[in-house]
Design a protein. Structure first.
Length: 366
């Protein structure tokens, strides 16, 4: 990618290689023919490796939110109880989605910049042992924090006969999430984050238990019916018309993931986030998240007091071609967020740090 191009350092969508972009120009084919079955079959094999599962995976032509809605509407029925840690915008939306489906939510809350503790989760489970599902956002993109006890929380859910659902939209690929080993029933990710494909696809792992449940107790959704999607996926098809250009792009992006190797990719995300954290700290800036829960895919940074958020981000963009994200809710105007995802490398990190440093100096001088 030429340095003259904009550097998209958002917490998704993120930079996409030319090779992946070009893949989208392949011809439109019959989605009920062998060509598509080969394409989707290959995507499924690679997606299983990505989720480290031998159970089912599906790709939905929707953004990540569609995947989260599928995970909710397939499992929750009116009156069902769900435990949901809430510690930012996306976990809060997840709790609301469960309520939209008629579920009752036990919110386990933490202040922004933190996650609820494992002890809080254990207390919630003790108090509400008959919960139907745990819905956990792994990486809270709005605040740049990551839950450190995904495996333990999922184990707790399984011990209580509950489903364990993980929103790993902004983390899978930057973190290793071994779905089968950790007992995750549904894990959701988005194409536009650590996989470095264009936005518009949701990738889900779906346990055999969930397929069985959704088949027996039909969900009130046709498009997002996971048992139907899984049945079609097993024969290399989607129940409805897939977004073909995005499937081509995803296939190529997954090829890039496994050419690098998942372990190497995860390690690279770790190294690059360390460089970003130490770089911003050496400028005297403070990460918004508590050290022990800092995300390696979203680096949220508190502004020095008095910094104009919009002007700062506009200057980064216009004068340096570096695009970063703003804050959400109570963090709005107070933090900026750097995506450390996908193709992230030393050059991207340095260009971003240089742009932040020069811009802050310029602001301090005026
Ligand atoms: N959940 C998390 C943790 C996210 O980071 C996002 C998007 O950033 C979403 C859900 C929603 O995904 P999408 O915008 O792809 O619908």
């Amino acid at each position: 990618m030429s340095d003259l191009q904009k550097l998209i350092m958002l917490p998704g969508p993120t930079n996409v290689s030319e090779r992946v972009m070009k893949a989208m120009t392949q011809p439109i084919i019959n989605h009920r023919g062998d060509g598509f079955r080969n394409l989707y079959g290959g995507i499924i094999d690679k997606t299983k490796r990505l989720f480290q599962t031998e159970q089912n995976v599906v790709v939905l032509s929707s953004s990540g939110t569609g995947g989260v809605e599928a995970a909710v509407w397939n499992l929750m029925r009116p009156g069902d109880l769900a435990i949901v840690p809430v510690f930012g915008e996306f976990s809060s939306r997840l709790a609301e989605t469960v309520e939209l489906a008629g579920g009752t939510v036990v919110r386990v809350e933490a202040e922004l910049g933190m996650t609820p503790s494992l002890e809080q989760m254990e207390a919630a489970v003790r108090e509400h042992p008959k919960f139907k599902a745990l819905y956990l956002v792994h990486n809270e993109t709005s605040t740049g924090v990551a839950v450190q006890y995904v495996q333990e929380a999922c184990r707790m859910a399984k011990e209580h006969g509950a489903f364990a659902v993980v929103d790993a939209i902004s983390s899978l690929g930057g973190y290793s999430i071994p779905v089968d080993k950790w007992g995750i029933d549904v894990c959701v990710t988005g194409s536009q984050k650590c996989i470095a494909a264009p936005p518009g696809l949701a990738l889900l792992s779906v346990s055999n238990d969930v397929v069985k449940y959704a088949k027996e107790f039909q969900p009130k959704t046709r498009y997002f019916d996971l048992s139907r999607n899984a049945e079609y996926a097993a024969k290399g098809e989607t129940p409805f018309t897939p977004s073909l250009p995005l499937f081509y792009a995803l296939n190529e992006a997954l090829n890039e993931v496994f050419e690098e190797g998942l372990e190497n990719r995860v390690a690279r995300h770790g190294r690059m986030s360390e460089s970003l954290y130490s770089g911003v700290q050496s400028m005297g800036l403070k990460p918004a998240a508590a050290k022990e829960v800092r995300s390696r895919t979203v680096v949220a940074v508190s502004y020095p007091s008095g910094t104009d958020d919009l002007l700062f981000r506009r200057t980064l963009d216009k004068e340096h071609g570096v695009v970063v994200g703003g804050g959400f809710g109570p963090f709005s105007g107070k933090v900026f967020r750097i995506g450390c995802m996908g193709l992230i490398n030393e050059r991207f990190v340095q260009r971003t740090l240089d742009a932040v440093s020069v811009t802050l100096e310029k602001f301090a001088a005026t």
